[in-house]
Write a protein that binds this ligand. Structure first.
Ligand code: NAP
Length: 226
């Protein structure tokens, strides 16, 4: 499928595996794409790989900067139709041993920052647009030693569910991507602890197509074959 020519997309977390793949996939479908990420080197590299597209740095703890990303993208792209949010960090431990700063980190990066990005987006998106936010399969199947990580993702999922109901009448789709475990090393770079035994990870590119891009295309009503 192709996105109608003229569609404009913002990918937040474009320096990561899922965000990077989503950005490439949207560009391949004809969307003008703007990127947001934290790591400057990876952000510049990704923007260059994508033909010199606009990019902006942000930090999850600066919630005002998160909320400002969609208005920025709207300005640089001349409008905005799609927002993908793929920001996140994992952390593993029995709840008793999680330091408060780690709990705060997980709640901020996995819940508050994506919420701020989406809140900013809702102020500039109009009918026919879509927001896709990666939560995770953990919302449906929380495991031992993931209480704070699972809570952060579940908070985000609940928030998205309410927002989706609020925006339906305005014609803005809000998609909650309960991404399964991927073979991209995400669970091996937690801010704390070690991942529990997990099933074999899915191929990241295939999973992004299935869980992020296909639902987005459906919600945008894209019709033409790729
Ligand atoms: N991979 C999986 O198995 C899996 C499964 C289910 C759900 N998910 C979810 O999918 C999303 C993307 O994961 P991924 O696999 O693409 O992981 P990833 O490659 O580690 O990407 C994580 C992204 O989050 C950004 N980020 C982390 N901390 C940040 C902070 N303090 N401020 C701003 N940005 C920050 C990173 O930015 P920088 O790189 O610029 O630092 C990067 O863009 C996450 O929400 C994750 O929970 C992943």
């Amino acid at each position: 499928m192709v996105v109608d020519s003229g569609k404009r997309a913002l990918v937040v977390g474009a320096t990561g595996s899922v965000g990077g793949l989503a950005a490439e996939a949207l560009r391949a479908r004809g969307a003008a794409t703007a990127l947001a990420g934290r790591n400057r080197e990876r952000l510049v590299q990704r923007a260059e790989l994508m033909g010199g597209c606009p990019y902006r740095r942000f930090e999850a703890y600066d919630l005002a900067s998160c909320a400002g990303l969609a208005p920025w993208a709207r300005d640089v792209l001349g409008g905005l139709d799609v927002v993908v949010v793929a920001v996140g960090a994992a952390g593993f431990s029995v709840a008793r041993d999680v330091p408060e700063e780690v709990s705060e980190h997980l709640l901020t990066v996995n819940a508050q920052a994506p919420m701020a990005v989406v809140r900013g987006a809702l102020r500039v998106l109009s009918t026919g647009s879509a927001v896709s936010v990666v939560t995770g399969a953990i919302v449906d199947r929380p495991m031992l030693e993931t209480a704070d990580y699972a809570a952060s993702k579940t908070a985000l999922a609940t928030w998205l569910a309410v927002v989706g109901r609020e925006t339906r009448r305005a014609g803005i789709s809000v998609l909650d991507v309960r991404m399964p475990h991927l073979a991209n090393g995400f669970a091996e770079r937690p801010v704390m602890g070690h991942a529990p035994v997990l099933p074999a990870g899915l191929d990241p590119a295939e999973a992004v197509e299935t869980h992020v891009i296909a639902p987005l295309m459906a919600s945008l009503g894209a019709a033409a074959p790729r």
